[in-house]
Design a protein around this ligand. Structure first.
Ligand SMILES: [Zn+2]
Ligand SMILES: [Zn+2]
Length: 648
């Protein structure tokens, strides 16, 4: 008999050689129907794997990432089978699962696939999936595997096998199809009920542009047809909300190849939007006891040697800038923390003066590969809403709670009401992975957990996800489309205070090390603006909107009065403009709706005579007419109620 331990800690005996699927069935038929993948003693196993030792088992369904991975990995096999049955001369290469689906790279020889061929492949895919073929792993000698691929003239697979150090090579068979594979499949193909081959692309073999160009087919599959339908609707909606499109339409930002890829240029309206976000946070931070500091965009290489950033990331970053005369090296700032440590060191500290909280909207530069760049979400220069808190260990809990409060204030003020928190702790079985004393870790971890509980956050704990220098709390927000984005993060750090030899004098006149907290509620302004635009579809809260009102005249006759109204709005600090184009009022309204301007103020003969304006609200339509005084208080009330104050 062998003993199997389940995730809840319970144990059950089984006959040696029991299959993973049989263990699942012993729990319930329902689970057995739904499992897609499993891990035994932390290793991925097949549902048909026979177990012969004691161990811990975890099952995964569609609800877990591991389940989806297995589902999409298996789908890539079925796609490969479909390709081979329609285009038998194709040479298969690799086909992994990805974040949303899977792809397969193949050499189709003379055949050039077009989008039109995808539908045919989809039909073949479903026809093959319906056979409910089991996935079966098989081991082969390296020499036999090489023979097989040499015989079918697939130099790509030969190259892969030659690069493997293993003597035994594993294959996965299903139906009468076989492919090189390391394992991790769903029980059978019949679980795949719906597939969409989403696009075609060119891809170089091994990502190397000097090598053969292959055809990549992307796809996504689901256990239910309904899930595919919902997914496709979501994709359509996401396209409409693409922040690159909205940002262009609202004239917020642009990119220039001449300036450089991944280096955003903020246009006047975008710059003003950023200003408002910065001021909003600065105001709250001031109340919370932060002080603004400013540090330069570059720093001596030695600074990053001390912080350890250069050793860790130096070779993958922008390379040092050399001075012409002094032989010094400088780096573009990848992080603000080392600078802030040096600011802390500018004077001696007493325990009575802590905590110290330094905040900076610090622009940092990180080298991202050009293929990875995407709008404002992946850029090479971005501004963090950064701050570092230096405190005594016994102040951690309170400081942490204060930061949580600030982060939630930011989310709620900007319409992100759906968020989850993840507490990332160390893996106690791997002490070599972390620095700092056990005692400090205990203190920091309990400080974070306590603070998170006291703030009633919906959170989950992940062991082994802490940074090597300390535990952290990450916030994920769900946007209007249900997509998850990682935003703010709060991290505890024992490493930098040590490396920079930061100290404060205790009540006993001895020197002590402060603990450092890194935190950024927005994360970066670039990424945050992108997420905000997609979440709100460009309909920003009125306190933040680039334009709050627009004056529209029915005819040129009333332009003088319209200008007076505009002036009046501007004098009352309402962001407004005037559309004086020689267009019909209908066209002007449509344009203003497209530009998502909250208030449209229409002026015709009647309004001119009665010294009033006719008001139309974005997406809502006519709301009647008002005198200019009443109009101002109406807009101001709406602006005020769209933002709450941060209270400490
Ligand atoms: Zn496989
Ligand atoms: Zn930092």
């Amino acid at each position: 008999m062998i003993k199997i331990t389940f995730p809840d800690g319970t144990q059950k005996p089984f006959i040696e050689g029991v299959s993973v699927m049989d263990v699942a069935k012993s729990i319930s038929e329902g689970l057995a129907r739904n499992i897609l993948s499993a891990k035994f003693n932390e290793k991925v196993v097949e549902s048909s794997t026979k177990l012969s030792t004691d161990g811990a088992i975890i099952f995964f369904t569609w609800n877990e990432k591991e389940g989806k991975d297995a589902f999409w990995h298996s789908s890539a096999h079925v796609l490969a089978e479909a390709i081979m049955s329609l285009y038998p001369k194709t040479k298969l290469t690799i086909g992994p699962s990805i974040e949303n689906g899977f792809y397969y790279d193949a050499d189709f020889g003379e055949i050039k696939l077009s989008e039109n061929n995808l539908q045919e492949l989809e039909s073949k895919f479903i026809e093959l999936a319906r056979k409910k073929s089991e996935f079966k792993m098989r081991t082969s000698l390296k020499s036999d595997a090489l023979d097989y691929y040499n015989k079918i003239d697939n130099e790509f697979k030969v190259e892969i096998i030659n690069d493997l150090n293993d003597d035994d090579i594993t294959f996965c068979d299903h139906s009468d199809f076989t492919d090189l594979c390391r394992g991790g499949h769903i029980p059978h193909t019949g679980l795949i009920k719906a597939v969409k081959l989403t696009s075609l692309a060119g891809a170089y073999w091994r990502g190397d542009e000097t090598r053969k160009q292959l055809t990549r087919i992307y796809g996504i599959s689901f256990p239910k047809q309904k899930q595919l339908t919902e997914y496709l609707e979501l994709v359509e909606e996401a396209k409409k909300r693409d922040h690159r499109k909205i940002g262009k339409k609202l004239e917020l930002f642009t990119f220039s190849q001449k300036v450089g890829a991944g280096l955003p240029l903020w246009l006047p309206k975008g710059a003003a939007l950023r200003d408002r976000l910065e001021n909003f946070l600065k105001k709250a931070q001031k109340k919370a006891g932060y002080q603004q500091v400013i540090s330069p965009h570059i720093g001596n290489k030695d600074l990053y040697m001390t912080s350890g950033h250069f050793q860790k990331y130096g070779s993958d970053s922008f390379q040092p800038i050399e001075t012409p005369a002094d032989g010094e090296s400088f780096l573009l700032k990848p992080m603000n923390c080392p600078h802030h440590c040096e600011i802390f060191k500018a004077k001696p500290w007493s325990y009575k003066e802590l905590p110290v909280r330094y905040a900076e909207f610090g622009t940092v530069y990180r080298y991202e590969q050009s293929g990875e760049l995407h709008g404002l979400t992946r850029v090479r220069s971005f501004t963090q809403d950064d701050a570092h808190i230096f405190c005594k260990p016994d102040q951690l809990n309170q400081e942490f709670k204060n930061v949580i409060e600030l982060v939630l204030y930011v989310f709620n003020s900007l319409g992100f009401n759906n968020y989850e928190a993840q507490v990332s702790l160390r893996d106690k079985n791997k002490p070599e992975k972390y620095i700092g004393s056990d005692e400090n870790w205990e203190l920091a971890e309990s400080a974070i957990i306590e603070a998170t509980k006291e703030k009633n956050l919906n959170y989950k704990v992940e062991y082994g996800e802490a940074a090597f220098y300390g535990p952290k709390l990450d916030f994920m927000v769900k946007d209007a489309l249900g997509r998850k984005w990682q935003l703010g993060t709060i991290q505890v750090d024992y490493n930098l205070p040590e490396r920079f030899e930061l100290t404060y004098k205790g009540g006993d006149n001895e020197l002590y090390r402060p603990v450092m907290i890194h935190r950024a509620p927005f994360g970066s302004l670039e990424r945050f603006v992108a997420i905000l635009l997609e979440h709100s579809e460009g309909n920003l809260p009125i306190w933040l909107a680039p334009e709050q009102a627009i004056v529209l005249c029915v005819s040129e006759k009333h332009e003088k009065y319209a200008k007076k109204v505009l002036n009046y709005l501007e004098n009352n600090e309402i962001r407004a403009s005037l559309d004086s184009r020689n267009e019909t009022i209908g066209k002007k309204i449509r344009q203003a709706e497209l530009n998502k301007i909250p208030f449209m103020l229409i002026i015709g003969e009647k309004e001119f005579k009665s010294n009033s304006v006719s008001i139309r609200k974005h997406k809502q339509g006519d709301v009647g007419s008002k005198s200019t005084e009443d109009l101002i208080s109406m807009i101001k009330d709406e602006v005020d109620s769209s933002i709450s104050n941060f209270n400490v």
